[in-house]
Design a binder for this molecule. Structure first.
Ligand code: GTP
Ligand code: MG
Length: 396
């Protein structure tokens, strides 16, 4: 006799079962297949990233203008979110202390300003998203202006579809003439700013209707300029080492500040006639009829009066953003294609054929410059340096 004898098998009970009745113990680690489907978040609000700090994002909500702090949703954990990004946000948008909203989507970027630590660094860092104006800040002195840095920024800006503008600060200490000479022949606006007359109005004109970003070496006065434009930003500023002429990397992260047209009392407008050649004679400068930027009270009322509609994030002629960034040591161009470099050197276009035919290692800046007027010689050196750096970078 077997143990089944006379039991269930014999009685045909098992016939009602098949393999689908087999009980499998659920795997506690993966008992449910991961769904790729994500909630649509139809109720999400649009917001603009104004600062990023260790996984926390300061946003301005488009519909209300309310500043809120947010974290990002799990599914965005591999996505780099930077100042200037437009995002969709859900959760508590009251901005009350201790509340944390959640970023669920990053909208497509119109531009990306990248920099690699140097030209042969393949790791690109996104500095700012969606900027359409790059204000390249150099000091007339302390530190001395780096003309090569200007050229590299111009190349990066043009490559990214961003309009470059040069701001020369500290013209109370030295003349901006070398920068003007360097850029002669280029269709690039040059602003001048000095301690007793900051180029606030000119910077506001650049930023209104745009997302403008200040970029430059440490200590050139980016944050000082931002404070002059938006006093309530109250950005920390640092000293420049008198011996080395270097700044102290005072600003450690980027910050976007809203710039708005101030209801004007034209009679209050400061006389900008001698605020610098760039400011007085900049081409295409529109008169926004604004009052003095140095009056914090006036600015406060302008901010309070601003209507916050759905287009709040999208800049218009009366709104804009000015973004202060930390001082950069270098501005690598690891991502820029060599053939696009000439965009930044249209005044050297006559060199295209000879540059195209000469092996890069044989390019001799002095030889190339010999045929050109002396004011272009410095730029030929910049061109050759940029081209050589791009050529030398490893291919991945
Ligand atoms: N004389 C003079 N000094 C200026 C001017 N603008 C800025 N400074 C001084 O330059 C120093 C550096 O200014 P910051 O605004 O901190 O420079 P930054 O570019 O923001 O520097 P980082 O944040 O380190 O990148 C400060 O001591 C400012 O007071 C100017 O137009 N004239
Ligand atoms: Mg700063």
């Amino acid at each position: 006799m077997t143990w089944t004898e006379g039991g269930a098998e014999e009685r045909g009970l098992w016939d009602d079962y098949d393999e689908s009745d087999v009980r499998v113990r659920p795997n506690p680690k993966a008992n449910r297949p991961r769904s790729k489907r994500r909630p649509a978040h139809d109720d999400a609000q649009q917001a603009f990233v104004i600062a990023v700090d260790r996984g926390r994002y300061q946003l301005e909500v488009a519909s209300t203008g309310q500043p809120v702090t947010a974290a990002r949703a799990r599914e965005l954990r591999r996505k780099q979110i930077v100042v200037g990004d437009r995002v969709a946000v859900v959760g508590d948008l009251s901005g009350d202390d201790g509340t944390l909203a959640r970023i669920v989507r990053v909208e497509p970027r119109t531009t990306v300003l990248r920099r690699s630590a140097d030209d042969i660094d393949s790791v690109e860092r996104v500095v700012v998203a969606n900027a359409d104006r790059l204000i390249i800040v150099v000091a007339a002195a302390q530190p001395d202006p780096s003309l090569g840095f200007i050229d590299r920024c111009i190349v990066a800006a043009l490559d990214a579809g961003i309009v470059p503008i040069v701001a020369v600060t500290k013209t109370d200490l030295a003349s901006a003439a070398p920068v003007h000479e360097h850029l002669a022949g280029l269709d690039i606006e040059v602003l001048e700013s000095r301690a007793d007359r900051f180029a606030s109005d000119a910077v506001i004109d650049v930023a209104l209707g745009h997302i403008a970003v200040l970029i430059g070496h440490s200590g050139v006065g980016k944050s000082t300029l931002l404070n002059a434009v938006v006093p309530e930003a109250d950005r920390a500023t640092g000293h420049v080492n008198a011996v080395t002429g270097r700044g102290r990397h005072t600003s450690s992260s980027a910050l976007a500040c809203r710039v708005e047209e101030v209801a004007a009392n034209a009679a209050d407008a400061p006389d900008t006639a001698d605020a610098g050649a760039g400011e007085a004679a900049a081409p295409g400068r529109s008169n926004h009829g604004r009052g003095s930027r140095d009056s914090a009270g006036e600015r406060d009322s302008a901010v309070a009066m601003a209507s916050h509609d759905d287009d709040h994030v999208a800049v218009d002629a009366r709104h804009g953003w000015l973004i202060d960034t930390p001082g950069v040591r270098s501005f690598g161009l690891g991502h820029v294609q060599a053939d696009r470099v000439f965009q930044a050197f249209p005044d050297l276009e006559s060199l295209v054929p000879v540059v195209a035919q000469t092996p890069i290692e044989q390019l001799d800046a002095d030889e190339l410059a010999a045929e050109l007027p002396s004011e272009l010689h410095q730029r030929v050196h910049s061109l050759v340096r940029v081209l050589r750096n791009l050529h030398d970078r490893p291919k991945y």
